[in-house]
Design a protein around this ligand. Sequence first.
Ligand SMILES: *Cc1c(COP(=O)(O)O)cnc(C)c1O
Length: 368
Amino acid sequence: MDTTYWPATTGNGITIDEVLSWVRPHLLALKPYSSARDEFSGEAQVFLDANENAFGPVGISGNWHRYPDPHHAALKQQIGNLKGMDPSQIFIGNGSDEAIDLLYRCFCEPGVHKALLLPPTYGMYQVSAGINGVEKVSVVLDNAYQPQVERVLAKAQQDPAIRLLFLCSPNNPTANLISPASILSILAGFKGIIVLDEAYIDYCQEATGLPLLAQFPNLVVVQTLSKAWGLAALRVGMAFAHPAIISLLNKVKPPYNLAGPTQELALAALANVERKNEGVQSTLTLRASLLLSLGSLPMVERLYPTDANFVLVRLKATHNASEVYHKLTAMGIVVRDRSSQPGCANCLRITVGTEAENPKLLAGLLTI
Ligand SMILES: *Cc1c(COP(=O)(O)O)cnc(C)c1O
């Protein structure tokens, strides 16, 4: 493997044919929607094939009267160059939430198959399970917010209906990376689709699991442009996986899931990878000073280690996290109350803000 981050591994013996045997059968047989432009490949000046408005968009300028590229070819090329992946290994969704939803729809028969979650973790895994009529099974993270690998694998072994397992690294809301050894052990022992959600990976790039794709055909790595790239409003998420899984996701997605302006703006932003990396460096610097300041507040019991652009803070029993949350809100400062999550009693999740925002948060906390 081309990285020193991951211990050597020889894979898990699962073949892509076995992975495809987990796909819901009606989807394997499905013939996808074929757009007018799919059926025509050549040069033309006159497009009268898609019932678009030939006179142009109303009230604004731009090429918005034409349907956008359903295959996101330019974006995939650019993302592939940045990540060292072939376009055939890349799916692009309307946010990574769309990729998560499609994975449920592709691999989980409602009322039959289940998803294994490791809370505390990202809320969408459970919401998406619920929307798709998929039962959730949980094995909580340990005190260091790492997976209890043996319990996870035992749970999966007892229940062959478990088809999807979500690992979030760095994990939201705890902010820590999942240890590479735990990820590899779970990959070695779980016979289902493992989704590795790397929404925050730009803040610790060396830890990406992308190199593992070469050895594990049941792995799907999910990333997003919503965090370090600063494009949350555009809704662009990526899934990286074996080309056979990517074809399946492409077949099931709505044909025009990424709007034209989204594709154009994302493409323009992605040309500035140095700017993104500088932004990450500034965030890490601001994070260090935020941690120092938070650590000096009497109300803070514990700051958890962070590999992301946020920090999980446990307050002392003298301060109720939900009350602190509401008091901050009244001052116009919004953080996230995570105190109801398993293992997060009396915890707030705080995003690293700008040079101007962080002092406002600290000043607010000092008045409580
Ligand atoms: C923010 C976040 C995402 C991003 O979702 P998008 O739909 O791409 O905006 C995904 N996973 C986790 C864990 C997140 O925290």
